[in-house]
Write a protein that binds this ligand. Structure first.
Ligand code: GDP
Ligand code: IMO
Ligand code: MG
Length: 421
């Protein structure tokens, strides 16, 4: 068997949680491979709306094994709270969740450092979710980090104290005020709680499952335009959100990658700072935010909104080798009379390009648009792609032709059932 990978192609919040939950019945395993509690993946079904941050979106399906891979940075305090929220919904993650011993731990001081670095950046801040993501990956790469498996070692507390003291020194240097006592107490309690879970060498489990013909869906967090290498650096997250991140974040060879599902909204949103060529600062942008309920699932921040950006979509499809496209929130564009799609960018020197080059991402650009007629609102979600409104089919066909990849799923609402394939 192969591992199918689902990733966001824009700046995150494309609807990954909804689609993983929708696809999950086809799979034996759902595995998260990168990111941490900066993610907020929303699932809606049976009148329940639930937001997951670190736990894979297959958790509501009892028959599915869920794995948090080594590429993830895990906050034990948020994890404990996530599990408690699930227990209220009669879901017991102790039964169908395993966690890699090689995943990195987010310490309370990582979160404080995140805030200190952002404060020091002033107007140039990244707009981080302040969950400690950057500092934790920094310690991973710096070979200083603590991993989930370390919590089982007899000298874990000594290791924790050593790393915390390093952070405290840095915070002194940054002259940043903070409270640690309560956060540290909660962290140590949460560590104890975490040790009751099934902590595994997930690379062995995943590869064994593949050998045993089990189907695996890898769930990405964030989106390709937030990738540490290929996103709009430095306004990115600190992990590889692209397809290669699934290999390093789960321990699977590239040859085991099957379908690459690329998910995008029928328009664009971004939270946090950084370039956003098609951003709308007018009433249309405001309306997109209102009808699309574009407020962060993790931080509640209003999302910046704009029209679909085709050059950016093509770029993400290229670096990920996307084999199928899933278009989300098609219902939202039905509230507008005219819809626009950016086809190219005009640079300051007058040059026209459809590439997200180093130069393009470091300057103001003028998007060049193509207009489409909208589809009217619909009373019932169609049963098949063929039955979609004519104007929506035209919009889909145009994107498919431009990008060169078929759109095989169209989402028409937040609920699991509002999905056309
Ligand atoms: P993720 O981070 O990629 O999982 O996406 P988020 O959960 O952060 O944001 C997507 C939001 O859009 C959530 O509130 C979803 O419930 C909602 N959503 C997903 N698909 C659709 C759709 O097709 N139509 C509408 N109206 N909402 C959707
Ligand atoms: P999901 O998985 C949208 C953004 C932040 C900020 C930048 C860096 O729900 O799509 P970080 O906390 O990683 O230091 O923030 O990345 N960001 C996201 N934006 N969706 C997410 O996750 C995000 N995770 C991080 O807003 O601009
Ligand atoms: Mg989200």
């Amino acid at each position: 068997m192969k591992v199918d990978i689902l990733l966001g192609l824009q700046w995150g919040d494309e609807g990954k949680g909804k689609i993983v939950d929708f696809l999950a019945p086809k799979y034996n395993v759902v595995a998260r491979f990168q990111g941490g509690p900066n993610a907020g993946h929303t699932l809606e079904f049976d009148g329940i709306k639930h937001v997951l941050h670190q736990i894979p979106s297959g958790i509501f399906r009892k028959s599915i094994s869920n794995i948090i891979g080594n590429g993830v940075v895990l906050d034990p305090v948020i994890f404990k709270d996530e599990v408690h929220q699930l227990e209220k919904l009669k879901v017991d993650p102790k039964k169908n969740l395993q966690i890699s011993k090689k995943a990195q731990l987010i310490l309370p001081t990582h979160r404080i450092l995140d805030a200190a670095y952002e404060t020091a950046k002033g107007e140039d801040k990244i707009g981080s979710t302040l969950k400690g993501i950057g500092p934790t990956y920094q310690d991973k790469i710096g070979r200083l980090g603590l991993r989930v498996g370390d919590i089982l070692l007899p000298d874990f507390i000594d290791r924790y104290n050593t790393l915390r003291d390093k952070h405290v020194e840095t915070l002194k240097f940054l002259k940043f005020d903070y409270e640690l006592e309560e956060a540290e107490k909660m962290f140590l309690e949460a560590i104890k709680y975490l040790s009751e879970f099934d902590l595994i060498d997930s690379e062995y489990i995943v590869n064994q499952k593949l050998k045993n013909n089990q189907s695996i869906l890898a769930e990405g967090a964030q989106g390709s335009l937030l990738d540490i290498d290929f996103g709009s650096y430095p306004f990115v997250t600190s992990s590889n959100t692209m397809v290669a991140g699934a290999c390093t974040g789960l321990g699977i060879p590239p040859s085991s990658v099957g379908e690459v599902y690329g998910i995008f909204k029928s328009y664009c949103t971004r939270v946090g700072s950084g370039p956003f060529p098609t951003e709308l600062h007018d009433g249309i942008g405001e309306k997109l935010r209102e009808v699309g309920h574009e407020f962060g699932a993790t931080t509640g921040r209003p999302r910046r909104t704009g029209w679909l950006d085709l050059p950016a979509l093509k770029y993400s499809v290229m670096i990920n080798g996307v084999t199928q496209l899933f278009m989300m929130k098609a219902d939202i564009l039905g509230f507008f009379d005219e819809i626009k799609v950016c086809t190219e960018y005009k640079l300051a020197n007058g040059e026209v390009t459809d590439q997200l080059s180093y130069e393009m991402l470091s300057q103001e650009v003028e998007p060049i648009y193509k207009s489409f007629e909208s589809w009217s609102e619909f009373s019932k979600v169609p049963g098949s792609l063929d039955e979609l409104p004519y104007q929506l089919k035209k919009y889909i066909r145009y994107i498919e032709q431009e990008v060169g990849v078929p759109i095989t799923v169209v989402s028409m609402g937040p609920d699991r059932t509002e999905t056309v394939s």
